[in-house]
Design a binder for this molecule. Structure first.
Ligand code: 4AD
Ligand code: MG
Length: 437
């Protein structure tokens, strides 16, 4: 007596290893076509999409009827034999031998397979993320996060988490989210930097990685109110070494994504050729030269102001690699930045501007390590002294020159995936007019 072969449970991305074999796929019905006696079930499982071909003869009359009545997003477990088929979306298809319907979805799935407006999609973000492009973006995002950690770990940085509830501002008081904290005021963190500056004195090279918050009143395609920031910081790191670290890290991440997410880049419509040249050194330009270039090209811009989106877009569009703009006016930047030794009206700071109009993906600087100057800056910026006494301690006990930067994950992913708006780079974006779902 011949035994029926047992099916191996696997994923759609791995069926290529099972040609001619019986496998079991667990997923959701994405789409369905029928040609009378044959049903084409397009099934997705998070790793990919596969066409499953069911015939009445193979699955029996009753199962065939049940499959024919399946609604979009019904969950199911399909068993079938793997066949290579170059015409099929992933290169393989399943000849269905049996199927278990785990749950028949309600018939009114909101994200029907047609065009929807952005507000409708955002209202249904919990379902929208199931579509191939959104799945691909979230996968690239995970690879960006994983490879950033891999790079920093390999360079000897130690990940140290910074608190989310804080008593003070890092990036200015105008974009703080406040909350009541047992009779005191507390704020959602804008950046873990100030804490990094403490932990480097314990560990040398550190990074924190987590959600950060800005009560941004502006409705732009580049601003979220909650976003993830990766923030490395190192004791004794000079401004030059900082830029070197940034360009090596950005290039490393880009090439990891090219190596590991080629399918996802195709799903989001990004041509990998656009990214292949991303390698050190990145072009550099001082703020002064940037202002000159803007003037030469008809922009009205006053020395001392911070760049807006049109300025950043113009400057970065001159290059195919990200552009460093360095030495910003002291008065346009944060209180903690180290002044240029010969020109105190500018700081040792650099923004890294992504090509193609994606704007600033990294902000970084050398930090003030002198106690008296830092105290003066805290006063000039009208910051509440009692919230910064611990931060000043760091300049009393073994202060050293140090530098660090913050990379905004959603800005980075939006650039890599060529997205129109940052909101698609976040699983559940938070914006001025949106906190749901
Ligand atoms: O330039 P920012 O404000 O720098 C800091 O917060 C520093 N304390 C970081 C540090 O040196 N450790 O922000 C850093 C990056 C920006 O370059 C941008 O990529 C991103 O964070 N970012 C935002 N992303 C999405 N929405 C917003 N509202 C953002 N604001 C900043
Ligand atoms: Mg900035």
């Amino acid at each position: 007596m011949t035994e029926r072969p047992t099916a191996t449970t696997t994923t759609i991305s791995a069926v290529k290893n099972f040609e001619g074999k019986l496998v079991r796929i667990r997923g959701w019905l994405y789409n369905k076509r029928s040609s009378g006696k044959i049903l084409f079930l397009i099934v997705r499982d998070g790793t990919g999409i596969i066409q499953c071909v069911a015939s009445k003869g193979d699955v029996g009359e009753e199962m065939f009827k049940n499959l024919d009545g399946l609604t979009q997003e019904s969950s199911l477990i399909v068993e079938g034999t793997v066949h290579k088929d170059n015409r099929a979306p992933g290169g393989y298809e399943l000849q269905v031998t049996s199927c278990e319907i785990v749950s028949q979805a309600w018939p009114d799935y909101p994200i029907a397979l047609k065009e929807h407006g952005p507000e409708f999609l955002l209202d249904h973000r919990h379902l929208w993320i199931r579509t191939p492009k959104q799945r691909a973006i979230l996968t690239v995002r995970a690879e960006v996060m994983r490879s950033a950690r891999e790079f920093l770990d390999s360079e000897g940085f130690v990940e140290v988490s910074a608190p989310v509830l804080t008593p003070s501002a890092c990036e200015g008081t105008s974009t703080l989210f406040a909350t009541e904290y047992f009779g005191e005021m507390a704020y959602l963190s804008q950046s873990g930097q100030l804490y990094n500056e403490a932990t480097i004195m314990a560990l040398g090279k550190v990074y924190c990685f987590g959600p950060t918050f800005r009560a941004e009143k502006s409705k732009t395609r580049r601003h979220l109110t909650e976003f993830w920031m990766l923030e490395p910081e190192a004791a004794f790191m000079t401004f030059e070494e900082l830029l070197d670290l940034e360009e090596r890290m950005v290039s490393f991440i880009v090439h990891r994504v090219l190596d590991r997410c080629s399918k996802e880049l195709a799903d989001v419509g990004r041509n990998p050729k656009d990214l292949e040249d991303i390698a050190p050194p990145f072009p550099r330009m001082t703020y002064d030269d940037a202002v000159k270039l803007l003037h030469e090209n008809g922009f009205e811009f006053e020395w001392g102001d911070d760049f807006g989106a049109p300025h950043e877009t113009f400057l970065a569009s001159q290059h195919h690699r990200p552009l460093f703009v360095t030495h910003y006016p002291t008065k346009a930047k944060a209180f903690y930045m180290e002044p240029h030794p010969e020109r105190p009206e500018v700081v040792l700071a650099a923004d890294l501007l992504a090509p193609e109009g994606y704007g600033e993906i990294i902000g970084g600087s050398q930090r003030i390590h002198d106690y008296d100057l830092l105290l003066q800056r805290i006063r000039e910026h009208n910051l509440p002294m009692e919230a910064y006494d611990w931060y000043l301690d760091l300049r009393k006990f073994g202060t050293v020159p140090h530098s660090g930067f913050g990379l905004g994950i959603e800005r980075f992913v939006a650039w890599i995936c060529h997205l129109d708006h940052l909101r698609e780079a976040s699983p559940f974006p938070r914006m001025i007019n949106r906190i749901r779902p």
